[in-house]
Write a protein that binds this ligand. Sequence first.
Ligand SMILES: [Zn+2]
Ligand SMILES: [Zn+2]
Length: 316
Amino acid sequence: MQFQPKCFIIIILIALSCRANAQKAFKIVPLGVLGGIFESNLSAYMVAPSGSNNYICMDAGTIREGIGRACYNKVFMVPPDQILKKYIKGYCISHSHLDHISGLIINSPEDSTKNIYALPDCINTIKTHYFTWASWANFANEGEAPALKKYTYKTLSPGAETGLENTEMTVTAFPLSHSNLTSTAFLVQNKGNYLLYLGDTGPDEIEKSHNLQNLWQAIAPLIKAKTLKAIMIEVSFPNEQPDKTLFGHLTPKWLMTEMNTLAGLTGSSDLKGLNIVVTHLKPPYANIVKIKNELKAENHLGLNMVYPVQGRLLEF
Ligand SMILES: [Zn+2]
Ligand SMILES: [Zn+2]
């Protein structure tokens, strides 16, 4: 038999791609990626284990536009309304600011029955301010009568691992300091692999808090064990934003300050190449360019900075 170099190359390519796929633990479909002001591109990220279509949506600022874009990009091969009704099994809402939940509220008449997972303060605000009969309709299971019971509130306890119903994943919530609000970091787990999504947060030093320090302590062992596949974290403003007007957000400088704290717990070599998905960049466009340039210039730890695009699949 004659040696066929072409076949040999194809076999190697298939083997390499299988290996690459085998190492992916999670897929993320960003439905919205910015921190304002475009209402069609606000924080929302569908997360599922690789090989599954049982997604949880991390925040829900923009839903429909993001699903439409993902369908256009052939991320999904089923109609958009099936993504909303069948693929999204629940929502984890980091805090009650409208840029993180308005998509859920607006799409609620078309949605299917599912759970909303959040810390107590956030659930309470949704219950008393959004799913009320004065501001919308009460599609949830508690609050103003009549309750339409499409959504069931699942109140999370900080640090307690909770199953995400109808998915293969669990979530553990950690409180974050976000100006006058408590925001949330969600640590998602599937088969011993982890993904960390942070809602809006200020730096510990400005917020006079230990919340990020506590979070870094909790996840440091996962980084050392190489089971944390990515950290999704906000950078809202460029460095020129004065500390007194951060309003509970991060700049490139403050993100790197926090990453150095994390490096102090893991050793800096463990952070090299770690996937950092940068979320919540606030327009105008000139500021977004500045943020990216500043992060590049200050990335002495060798983090792998990833900028999500609405409707484009990410895998880690
Ligand atoms: Zn926000
Ligand atoms: Zn916020």
